[in-house]
Design a protein around this ligand. Sequence first.
Ligand code: BGC
Length: 763
Amino acid sequence: MKTPSAARATSRLLLTCALLGITYTATLAAQSNDAEINRKVEDLLRQMTVEEKVGQLSQLGGMPFIPDSIKIDERVRRGHAGSILWLSDPKAINRLQHIAVEQSRLHIPAIFGLDVIHGFKTIFPIPLAMAASWDPALVERSQTVAAREARASGIHWTFAPMVDIARDARWGRIIEGAGEDPYLGAAIARAQVRGFQGTDLGNPERVLACAKHFAGYGAAEGGRDYESVYISEDQMWNVYLPPFQAAAEAGAVTFMSAYMDLNNVPATANRFLLQDVLRTAWGFQGFVVSDANAVGDLVTHGFATDKQDAGFRALTAGVNMDMASHTYLDHIPALVAAGRIPMSLIDELVRPVLAAKFKLKLFEHPYVDESRTEAVFNAPEHRQAARVAAQRSAVLLRNESAALPLTKDASKSVAVIGPLGDSLNDMLGSWTTFGLQSDAVTILQGIKYKLGSASKVEFAPGVQIRKQFVSMFDTMLGPKPTPPWTEDQSAAEFAKAVELAKRSDVIVLALGQAATMSGELASQASLELPGRQQQLMEAIVALGKPVVLVLVTGRPVNITWAAAHVPAILEVWHAGTEAGNAIADLLFGDAVPGGKLPVTWPLSVGQEPLYYAHNLSHDPKNQDQRYWDEASKPLYPFGYGLSYTSFSFTNPRVSRKELKAGQSLEVSVDVENTGSRAGDEVAQLYIHQQTGSASRPVRELKGFERLTLAPHEKRTVRFQLGERELRYWNSAAKGWVVEPAKFDVWVGGSSDAPLHAGFTVTR
Ligand code: BGC
């Protein structure tokens, strides 16, 4: 008879064998599927003319206003449209797909691509907010919903995730990424790819992911969108590339080359990025699409001599598909005919495009079932997922004397004051053209639903906020601008808001930025609250009544005054379709904030660029005196966020004091909920390599876990530190190194965590 432990061992062995067996069978199936796809791709390639091949490398704008001498129907018929973008109506998509499949010579379906960034019909919080959840599983689930809705509309490909590291809050597109940190960024990138693509692209509820903008776009000088970036090799590998590598490793089928110059070579013709890094170092097998018009714009950059040269340089650098500029269509066939581009290179670039179509099963099922679209759009579980996502991405920045949560009893009259209090579009954020505005719940509505008829909930905008410059995105995608208030109107609205505050029990100040104030071409030189919001806040706080500041933004803004004078500050970002309901849940304690900042929050704009993982310098003692007119410490550190309960971290320990390169160790810590209500804490692990052949950042995030703990519950959190976490790219060695050195370890609830341990990597 077997002892219990022998029995356990046997059953573990059997289980392992069974799992290995399944994996082995699955691998064989995948291999034979790949072989089958390769055979089909080669079969097609043999039949294709050079124009048809270049057609597969071309993505055409499907919108009627895109100027084109040859109408899109005819282009599709001729096989000129490997992909079509910016269409979202299933009828329009099916119409063009019928032409591609039934009227083009080789019947190759088109891939329809669109920016489904944080939801399609049901809008989730903006990506920066989703990163603030520090919850990759939540991010994955949200993008699964986005994929399902997009696919129900006929979209096969999203231009997401945007995984650009952003360390400058002036840059408008900080809203689209996961913030400043490569480790967090990589975790969120992986989760998004899994959410969009799942494990089987043949599943009709999945879409192709596209990691963008490859690479370094977030380091635009001065935060000015599209400007050149200059990034050292060291910074490139250690900071900007890891989220892209994570996306590639998670199986992202496509990448998008960025617009800007990277170290003076446009990313769209950059062989270092597209060959050395993406294909050689990472073994990427998918395809690269340019950013919109970026191939043609190589001429505008002052890089290519003319469009033909632009096409030549982008294509030979490794851009498979030309987004919207028609440069490939117009010039590549002639370059092939002239023998300047070998057909073998064209074939190599076409293969992954055709393979993606086979993997998506587009040849078998090219059309979208229009009768299903509405049902998928209206699935109640999608809205519920959006509500949970909005709850989990909010960050509680301040909560003096437990000002939050509010109680229903003490809120018989509530004043919602501020320009973001009842604004549908501003709940949604950027890239939400296809989310139907009328579906969103505003803060005012959410609080009204929550309190019902037992309370009086009133609204006054108080001030108006407007952009000084209106970009083409605002005109194309944004809501119609409201006419500016006259001076008299402004004074009257301001007074009305103060009057409302005076006669209310509680004031919810809804301040921040309009959705169009962040995003592409929406960088800022100032981080002050736009309009007269600061004055409004000061006037309301002066009344001495209970005030809560609900911040609606796509980036950090200057709230230094508020951080000293407003008892409670809740950053809710642009929280999506269910914003108002989720915010009301948080304000009244039906949900507990547990998000943490994915970016360091500045005191003022002069501190930007700002990030926690800076180097020590020769003068770390005076780190807070880097300016004489401003502290250099941020207002809130990276990883910071409060809860309605409290947590303690104790007993940090390492499984070994010494290890060699290639070995790993475990760091563990006990986390306890020391308060009286359940809540979430994000346990974070930071390391610092004390010495080496390069200076290393003061702290680097190398592990995190979001936990839900019941009152007084205590749990041990364990982190593994292995080669991946301990290595860094050393530009002198031109490679990854794990160096013999002493390492510090900190664990806790933010990048300021004081709890310390250490270990040594020996020779
Ligand atoms: C943006 C990309 C986007 C593309 C297509 C560009 O302007 O930079 O992020 O995917 O347009 O809409």
